[in-house]
Design a protein around this ligand. Sequence first.
Ligand code: BG6
Ligand code: MG
Length: 225
Amino acid sequence: MKLEFNEVGFIFDLDGVIVDTAILHYKAWRRLANSLGFDFSEAQNEELKGVGRMDSLDRILAWGGISMTQEEKIQAADRKNAWYGELITHLGPEDALPGAINFLEQSADIGIGIALGSASKNAMPVLNSLGITDFFDAIIDGHSITKNKPDPEVFLKGASGLNLTPSLCAVFEDATVGIEAARSAGMTAIGIGSEENLPEANKVYSSLAEANMDTILELITLNHI
Ligand code: BG6
Ligand code: MG
């Protein structure tokens, strides 16, 4: 049986799918690393995509060969977050990734349920700066979850916020851990990026500008049966 658009849900990751904030996270983490006397590359930063704040800090400190008490780690993460928070105040609709706002508009127009499924505790100010908060029927962010991706919690909460069974949802993700989370939630996983980086996705598009609604609906139908 073929599903209709108004029976399914789309759950979007934020950083790297809707907005290019990876560079801002990188700038802020790098500033922290530099203040501790070391540096790390943009290639290393790739490994931080989709990874929660404290886990990211642990990886960065390991690269610098630095150990900290829990108290010091909290202070360091707070410093990074203050710098990141300053950087995102300058974001505007022009910082949305190609096709993202148009895809949200199109999805809303045809009655698809729309949720956010992000690890970030800064998701609300980013959505507000881009002027896209009202597209979302449910918002699950770093404040709403107890376990980070690849745990499926964030997406399962997104589906329940949309009152949909997981198999009726497609997740849009740029991070390997996010694709893994979507698959273990029993959802269709749409990768945004390259097939090489996201081999476990059901379908990969280079950006939301390339994404095809009919193809995605067919994939959800196949997964739901
Ligand atoms: C994810 C980013 O969306 O959110 C990660 O890809 C980031 O790089 C994580 O570490 C947590 O974000 P925040 O804003 O809560 O520090
Ligand atoms: Mg992401």
